[in-house]
Design a protein around this ligand. Structure first.
Ligand SMILES: *Cc1c(COP(=O)(O)O)cnc(C)c1O
Length: 342
């Protein structure tokens, strides 16, 4: 029986949304990887959210569809956000502003663990500048949200109409982008005639995970969403994901509740800190590159793919399981992590 997605899609249609994607992103099978005996007969698929055209692509564009819709409805002329030097969200916000003819103010914070030249000056920051964003590089230890408050005041005094987006674009509105992605995935599963047992994602600011979980919950799908936390600890990320998913459901259908047990966050791949390379991440990025010609990033996708590989190798999923890994983009980060791959 195909999924009935009318309820979810009607609920999503109530919110203003800009179109930033060309259409559905492909679902592809990783045949050469799935054939490895160590993967115990699991079928690995990828959802190619790295193949979103604007600004180098990535998962943030789905959130930005709803955030831009909200910003334009509010009459904004300036987009303001913050993140690390290598923030993909900052880069894609800058690209969206360029495409829309809006100004863009990016507040960028240094990493606690990486200080080399490639990290500070290559990758995403090169592209932020190309898109014409105004960049504010904060010194270590400063609070980007307080800085954003001051900046917004200044912009208003100059007669501007700033619109502020949180870290990773993961407000409840932004996360609707991934509830919409859940509907897209379920349509694609129906068209392929298969059921995905698990959808696997990186969990950073948790909007991707929360949006997908809200979407499958509303669609009454039994697909489990598994998030590998790369920023917060497992407990913190679980709590944040539960809260955010409930906020997204509140927007879509306040009558739909969510059990805590529906949230699956695995903290085993985070390593020392956000953005700190791990051996399993390096192995996963190399394996996907060398066996499938596909690129994952070192901060998010590489760690989540490593977690999925570990689970499959351990035999956590029975042979014949269909696992869908969401490729969230972040390719510019590879250039910022050149020394980690030396
Ligand atoms: C932001 C990001 C993520 C994580 O998404 P969240 O919604 O913040 O959890 C994953 N992969 C890439 C490449 C990202 O830029």
């Amino acid at each position: 029986m195909p999924h009935d997605l009318t309820h979810l899609e009607a609920a999503l249609a109530a919110y203003p949304r800009a179109t930033l994607l060309e259409g559905a992103t492909p679902v592809q099978k990783l045949s050469r990887l799935s054939n490895l005996p160590e993967l115990n007969g699991c079928n690995l698929y990828v959802k190619r959210d790295d193949l979103t055209g604007l600004g180098g692509g990535g998962n943030k564009l789905r959130k930005l569809e709803f955030l831009l819709g909200e910003a334009l409805a509010a009459g904004a002329d300036t987009l303001v956000t913050w993140g690390g030097f290598q923030s993909n969200h900052a880069r894609l916000t800058a690209a969206v502003a360029a495409q829309q003819g809006l100004a863009c103010e990016l507040i960028l914070t240094p990493s606690a663990v990486r200080h080399d030249d490639d990290f500070c000056h290559n990758g995403n920051v090169v592209l932020d500048a190309l898109f014409g964003a105004n960049m504010h590089r904060l010194p270590p230890g400063s609070a980007p949200d307080a800085y954003a408050d001051d900046l917004v005041e200044k912009l208003k005094q100059q007669g501007k109409q700033p619109f502020v987006m949180p870290l990773g674009g993961s407000s409840p509105r932004g996360s609707l982008g991934y509830a919409a992605c859940a509907a897209e995935i379920l349509h694609q599963a129906d068209a392929l005639g298969l059921q995905f047992d698990r959808i696997i994602v990186p969990n950073g600011s948790a909007g991707t995970h929360s949006g997908l979980l809200a979407g499958v919950t509303l669609a009454r799908s039994c697909t489990q969403i598994v998030g590998y936390s790369v920023l917060a600890t497992e407990d913190q990320a679980s709590a944040t994901t539960l809260e955010k998913t409930r906020q997204v459901l509140q927007l879509l259908d306040p009558a739909t509740s969510l059990e805590e047990s529906a949230v699956h966050v695995d903290g085993s791949q985070r390593g020392q800190a956000y953005g700190a390379p791990t051996d399993t991440m390096l192995e996963a990025v190399r394996l996907l590159g060398s066996r499938e010609g596909l690129l994952t990033d070192p901060v998010y996708g590489g760690k989540a793919f490593a977690g999925m590989l570990a689970a499959v190798r351990r035999g956590d999923y029975p042979a014949g399981s269909n696992l869908l890994f969401v490729m969230t983009g972040g390719l510019p980060g590879l250039f910022a992590y050149r020394t980690a791959f030396d």
